[in-house]
Design a protein. Structure first.
Length: 379
């Protein structure tokens, strides 16, 4: 069997569910050990850093015979949970697809980047420059692995091997998670003069959030990412049927675009609350930012996307430049001064009960990365 696909099967067979998402899950320690063994067998210098207890980043380095540019290939080791899956860690190949949790998101990309390193070593190594393979933890939750990575390592550019159907993603959206609370006054349900309904007051907020979302989606679209948006994610309020609710809590997600200022979403919500307070002196409500990740776009003039496009074309591909709706670690690398793109194999079923990656895409991704590394490190 092709060693890259054999490795992919081994990686899928290892439970690496993120324990921040599923309490008690195994985490990334086992799969990190397998990556370490593989990289040491290739003769790479390997660094292991425990980002949190039992959750290690792995960075493997292949240095060229002469100094030159450094390219990083980066992928995450964690997966989401396996609810609804019958055999999530039993990789199966059918009709050119490899099924199992993490096959597409993103063990296929991790296997491809390690496979690229194998081919480079077997071909005599690098004449110039440096290749870094970064396998990080926790991308599916808070990306503490990527944050720890950029605190210690630098490169001139990076490819994050998230699944892109072998297209080249040069931008992606960001997000803000916002909590809104409206306050009322608890009272018996039969005494309206004593009570204030926090849930009905939240209804005013929801109405204006809907108007805001329509406005966001009515403006001219980003050429690759479409529009910004928001949605109400969860709402909680009230204590019992015969009582006026004194509090109501709403959680909102606002998807952001490159060029929007940080904190744009929470400021929009705060402006809504300010307007409601002006209209009704009894209205009480507050908003706070829970968590945010900025959107990302590589500089339009950076040569990495074109260099990668030529590498993909050399192995028979015809990549498009695209944007991704979801957030990735590329934003953290980019913010640390490492210009990054996304490029990885295709498939289907991200975060669903049936996930697969296309086997031939994994091979083609690997081969394109080999061509890219040689071209990039030779300057």
């Amino acid at each position: 069997m092709d060693p890259t696909i054999a490795l992919l099967e081994e990686l899928v067979a290892i439970d690496s569910v993120n324990p921040s998402l599923v309490p008690g899950a195994r985490g990334e320690a086992d799969i990190a050990r397998r990556v370490v063994v593989e990289c040491i067998a290739l003769g790479l210098a390997v660094d292991v850093t425990e980002v949190a207890p039992g959750r290690p980043n792995v960075v493997a380095v292949l240095d060229g015979r002469e100094p030159g540019p450094a390219l990083m290939l980066c992928g995450h080791l964690d997966t989401v949970g396996v609810s609804g899956m019958t055999r999530p860690f039993e990789p199966q190949q059918r009709d050119g697809r490899l099924y199992g949790r993490g096959a597409q998101d993103m063990k296929g990309g991790v296997a491809a980047m390690i496979g690229a390193a194998r081919q480079l070593v077997d071909g005599g190594g690098l004449a110039r420059g440096r290749l870094l393979l970064a396998a990080v933890v926790d991308e599916e939750h808070a990306s503490m692995g990527a944050e720890a990575l950029v605190a210690r390592w630098r490169a001139d550019a990076a490819v994050v091997t998230e699944p892109t159907d072998l297209d080249i993603a040069v931008a992606h959206k960001g997000f803000e998670w916002i909590e809104v609370e409206t306050r009322g006054r608890a009272a018996h349900g039969s005494r309206p003069l004593e009570g204030r309904d926090a849930i009905l007051r939240m209804g005013r907020v929801l109405g204006r959030l809907e108007v805001l979302d329509r406005r966001l989606q009515a403006v001219p679209m980003h050429p690759l990412l479409g529009t910004a948006s928001l949605h109400a994610s969860t709402i909680v309020g009230g204590r019992e049927l015969s009582s006026y609710p004194d509090r109501c809590s709403l959680q909102v997600e606002r998807r952001t675009l490159p060029g929007e200022p940080s904190g744009a979403g929470v400021r929009e919500v705060q402006d809504i609350l300010t307007a409601l307070r002006r209209e009704d002196e009894e209205f009480e409500g507050e908003a706070r930012l829970l968590f945010a990740r900025d959107p990302y776009a590589i500089d339009a003039g950076h040569p990495l996307p074109e260099t990668l496009a030529r590498a993909v074309a050399a192995v028979g591909g015809a990549p498009r430049r695209i944007g991704m709706s979801f957030w990735t670690d590329a934003a953290i690398l980019g913010a640390a001064g490492i210009p990054s793109v996304l490029f990885g194999p295709g498939g289907a079923g991200l975060h669903s009960a049936e996930e697969y990656v296309r086997v031939e895409d994994v091979r083609r991704c690997r081969d394109a990365l080999v061509t890219l590394v040689r071209a990039f490190t030779n300057g």
